[in-house]
Write a new protein. Structure first.
Length: 535
């Protein structure tokens, strides 16, 4: 609770501690930001980069913003993109395509490197106004320009069905949130020089769903040339970060049914287009119901297969990694904390076949919630191998610092307060330097180390980092262990090798979260422990 109160007080301070106005001329018109009284930066908040995606622009690709001539105030956050109520986005709206810029100098001696932040939230929520994502301190202390971009989430960002193709000139469907991210990236490329940034030194950067978005932008030909580096924290082009169009269509029909919309697909769409924001949000269910859609256009094929084939449009240096206990919060949302052995083995048998159970028990002699974290590390390990195979410079990290404020730093998409160990999202306050204000001495020092690694990478000072990842040695840096940061090798190699073989022999589940939930229920029913009505 103290962490929540402290962050709230900081947000209040950040909202009032301002200095002189500063005007910058963008391609659409002048915006007025203000000097920050606590940190040596100028902040521009709520800068529009596209037309509001409302009315007839709902479920369409973002459109260029309407120009203006009079100076426009950019001193307050715009509403976050429409999402179900949560503590991380107190105010949300469909009119949400705005971004923030924190710059140490509008006219620096030399153009400054740029970091574009894409928030996480499982593609169902997320917020640029969340206090921990404030880029002022990082920009001031590390002399970089920090940008955060809103993008549509949930039903507004990822509703997919063939009937929606006619709403976009390129016949793309279901990736409006990703198109927002790309549109914001292109805005930065075109305008950031006016804010003191260098369009030739842009790093795209995100956590969880934001990291998955970065991975998908790496694959996107239309993003090529708009950025020069990428950072992915606890996410990648993984199984949970894409839906096949047929799966997205099922969500379309589920939404229509929930809304009481009937008739043909076109009639169902017209019904949902006529619905209010609140009506659509009130009929949306599921933690990871929405995700980018393999539509054959914006995502021409499965991103995992594209990466494996080396079909990566932007061959740029990449920094990526995961946290020690990534899966604890997710597992706690599916399984009971005291997971019995029979349920553990039953679920694994359903997922990976009986013939693999013995090897799984050798590799994972722990309750399932302790092994789920590895799935994320496995995806990132695979991603690092793909990057290495295409001759990209890749730096891999492993964050292991446990912090008493862990509940505050969890991903907002995870239901409930559970955050065990070094959980999902724990590294974020170190990167943004929040721990320099609220942490123990050890945490303050670690925040300085982590943020310096990140910004040295952004600046191209790779000699200050650890050894790049290679397939032969699997180099990575552990951050937050009992000693100083330490370079190590082959993170979870035996487990990665096992899943490589499983994937070759029988294929991984196409919708793993749903598959795990279904497998757990099947195991329960097979054991006769619960009836279907109670499972």
């Amino acid at each position: 609770m103290m962490a929540v109160l402290t962050l709230g007080l900081l947000a209040l301070v950040l909202g009032v501690a301002w200095g002189d106005d500063v005007t910058v001329h963008t391609s659409a018109g002048p915006v007025v930001g203000t000097e920050h009284a606590l940190h040596a930066v100028t902040a521009f908040l709520g800068v529009p980069f596209a037309q509001p995606p409302i009315g007839d622009l709902r479920w369409r690709a973002p459109q260029p913003v309407t120009p203006w001539t009079a100076p426009r105030s950019a001193k307050a956050f715009a509403p976050d993109c429409a999402q179900r109520p949560n503590g991380f986005a107190p105010s949300s709206s469909e009119d949400c395509l705005y971004l923030q810029v924190w710059t140490p100098a509008v006219q620096p001696a030399e153009p400054l490197p740029v970091m574009i932040w894409y928030y996480g939230g499982a593609f169902v929520n997320g917020s640029t106004s969340y206090a921990m994502y404030d880029g002022a301190r990082l920009a001031a202390e590390k002399n970089v320009v920090v940008v955060s971009v809103n993008y549509r989430v949930g039903v507004f960002g990822f509703l997919g069905h063939e009937v929606l193709r006619s709403r976009n000139a390129d016949s793309s469907v279901g990736n409006y949130g990703l198109q927002d991210q790309l549109f914001g990236l292109q805005w930065v490329h075109d305008n950031i020089a006016a804010f003191g940034g260098d369009p030739a030194q842009v790093t795209i950067w995100g956590e969880s769903a934001g990291a998955a978005s970065v991975a998908l932008l790496l694959l996107q030909p239309s993003a090529k040339g708009a950025f020069s580096r990428a950072i992915m924290q606890s996410g990648g082009a993984s199984f949970w970060a894409r839906h096949k169009l047929n799966m997205a269509s099922l969500d379309f029909f589920t939404m229509a049914k929930n809304m009481g919309c009937t008739g043909s697909a076109t009639e169902k769409l017209d019904c949902m287009l006529a619905a209010s924001t609140d009506e659509l949000l009130g009929n949306t269910t599921g933690i990871i119901q929405w995700a980018p859609v393999i539509d054959g256009v914006f995502l021409p094929e499965d991103p995992i297969e594209m990466a494996r084939k080396g079909d990566i449009a932007s061959q740029v240096p990449t920094l990526l990694g995961s946290n020690k206990d990534e899966g604890t919060a997710f597992a706690a949302a599916i399984f009971p904390r005291e997971l019995p052995l029979w349920l553990y083995e039953g679920a694994l048998t359903v997922l990976f076949k009986l013939r693999n159970l013995l090897e799984l028990n050798v590799l994972y002699p722990v309750p399932l919630y302790k092994s789920v974290w590895w799935a994320m590390a496995d995806v990132l390990g695979d991603w690092a191998r793909w990057m290495s195979a295409t001759n990209q410079t890749t730096f891999q990290y492993y964050f292991s610092r446990n912090n008493t404020n862990s509940t505050e730093y969890r991903d907002p998409a995870i239901p409930g307060p559970t955050c065990i160990g070094t959980c999902h999202g724990m590294e974020i306050p170190y990167v943004f330097l929040f721990q320099k204000d609220f942490g123990l001495l050890r945490d303050r020092l670690l925040a300085e180390v982590v943020s310096s690694y990140w910004t040295d990478f952004v600046k191209g000072k790779e000699d200050n980092l650890w050894s790049p990842f290679t397939s032969e040695k699997g180099e990575y840096m552990e951050l937050g262990g009992p000693l100083l940061p330490m370079e190590k090798h082959e993170l979870r190699k035996l487990r990665c090798d096992f899943f490589d073989r499983i994937e070759e022999l029988q294929g991984m589940p196409t919708e793993p979260l749903a598959a795990v939930q279904e497998a757990a229920q099947q195991a329960i029913l097979a054991a006769g422990a619960l009836s279907p009505s109670h499972a």
